[in-house]
Design a protein around this ligand. Structure first.
Ligand SMILES: [Zn+2]
Length: 428
């Protein structure tokens, strides 16, 4: 068979192809290793994975095929970032410096900071400017091994600005080195103009925004920030039910700052994921374990906010809840595109094994955004998205932190990192 992509000379090829999806409990360590493996693809989809001898006997690279050298190193599926707010206008480093200097959230909000600052900036920024800024973030994510990410709206908080964000996300999905899954998050916060009529804003989300988003097919998921002082459990349920009736699958920001009942609601409405879960209660862990909900943990947010209480990953994994990791990339509480640092935090702060963090950053993350059939593992039929690492042992990824260990990143059978030089040659 002629192929247009071939990866050869891998050391350990971890396919993540063993076991059910999502992985729960002990399955979180089934990595499907192939020593000296090779991967062949046609048209961006994998056609063969296996020991190099067998693959080379079965396939032949076509003239002009992309042939990637595995350098005898570790090769894994491309990383999947299951929770980002990658489209935003303006950064908030001034607020970060105030927080580091000990100023409280209320002082920062009074000085014009917080999520409402991002809303003001976004409403005044054009679609093109938003797209250019987000595209550079996605290129940085790809350079660190991410080949698919989810992106939420939620800095518009009115019909026009939410649709603007989702249209930007759609254009990114069409043009970027990272695959993009769109989520509508009109219920991220109450905008200033509705602060004295919160149920009125919930109605605006339900009756005006959700039908418009569905009509343009701009989102796959509907998410809500369910939290004390933000959207109540009942408001969240009403929004998620409305989204469901328009074909949008529920997701939740749940139990981030308080045990607010968000995880229980996620289980009750059959959400695809419940995210954050720093304050999840024991009862809620049981409810999640009996459901199909993935837990998406965001340790970068806890770290960035200077918190010391991290989500109880061990409790969740040991109870049988499928766990994924994500950056939460956003300008207020987690300014990173790197899934590698999140994997390090997964081991260092959440006490997940290296095998568990890789599972959480690939196959379980793909499940959390409904992409488990196409990414997150290396099997025939899935997209040819993979990372050749600088290291030959999986344990070195969470261990060697704060630097980029991705040597070559491939999406749909094309090298997206390192970038080509002006003459089209790869510079590394
Ligand atoms: Zn978020």
């Amino acid at each position: 068979m002629r192929v247009d992509f071939l990866l050869r000379n891998a050391g350990a090829l971890l396919t993540l192809a063993e076991g059910p999806i999502p992985r729960r409990g002990p399955w979180a360590s089934g990595l499907g290793p192939i020593e000296g493996g090779a991967v062949a693809a046609v048209g961006g989809r994998i056609v063969a994975v296996g020991p190099e001898r067998e693959i080379l006997a079965a396939v032949e690279p076509a003239p002009g095929a992309v042939v990637v050298d595995g350098h005898g190193s570790l090769v894994t599926p491309g990383l999947v970032d299951a929770h980002t707010h990658a489209v935003f206008a303006g950064t908030r480093e001034a607020e970060f410096a105030m927080r580091v200097a000990g100023r409280s959230y209320e002082e920062i909000a009074a000085a014009g900071g917080g999520i409402r600052a991002s809303v003001r900036s976004l409403r005044g920024t054009s679609e093109d400017e938003l797209r250019v800024a987000a595209a550079s973030r996605l290129r940085r994510a790809a350079a660190h091994g991410t080949t698919t990410c989810e992106i939420k709206s939620g800095y518009g908080l009115d019909l026009e600005a939410e649709l603007k964000m989702l249209r930007v996300i759609r254009r990114l999905a069409e043009s970027q080195p990272v695959g993009v899954v769109p989520t509508f998050l009109g219920a991220h916060e109450f905008p200033d103009e509705w602060r004295n009529d919160r149920d009125g804003y919930v109605g605006h989300v339900i009756y005006d925004m959700i039908p418009a988003v569905a009509e343009e097919h701009l989102a796959r998921f509907c998410d809500v920030f369910c939290e004390e002082g933000v959207f109540s459990v009942e408001q969240s349920r009403a929004i998620l039910d409305a989204g469901r009736s328009h074909g949008l699958i529920p997701k939740l920001h749940a139990d981030e700052l308080h045990a607010s009942g968000g995880a229980r609601l996620a289980a009750e409405v059959g959400a695809r994921s419940a995210d954050h879960l720093v304050c999840v209660s024991e009862d809620e862990v049981d409810a999640l374990a009996r459901s199909e909900v993935a837990a998406v943990l965001l340790p970068g947010t806890t770290l960035s906010l200077g918190g010391t209480r991290f989500a109880p990953a061990r409790t969740l994994i040991d109870a049988g809840v499928p766990v994924a990791l994500a950056t939460d990339l956003n300008p207020g509480s987690s300014m990173t595109e790197s899934m590698q640092i999140i994997m390090s935090l997964g081991s260092m702060m959440l006490r997940m094994s290296p095998e568990e963090v890789l599972t959480a950053a690939t196959v379980n993350a793909a499940y959390a955004i409904g992409e488990e059939g196409s990414v997150g593992a290396l099997t025939p039929g899935r997209l040819c998205d993979l990372v050749v690492w600088e290291v030959d042992d999986l344990r070195a990824i969470p261990y060697h932190y704060g630097v980029n260990l991705a040597r070559t990143v491939v999406r749909r059978g094309a090298v997206v990192w390192p970038p080509a030089d002006g003459a089209g040659r790869r510079v590394a």
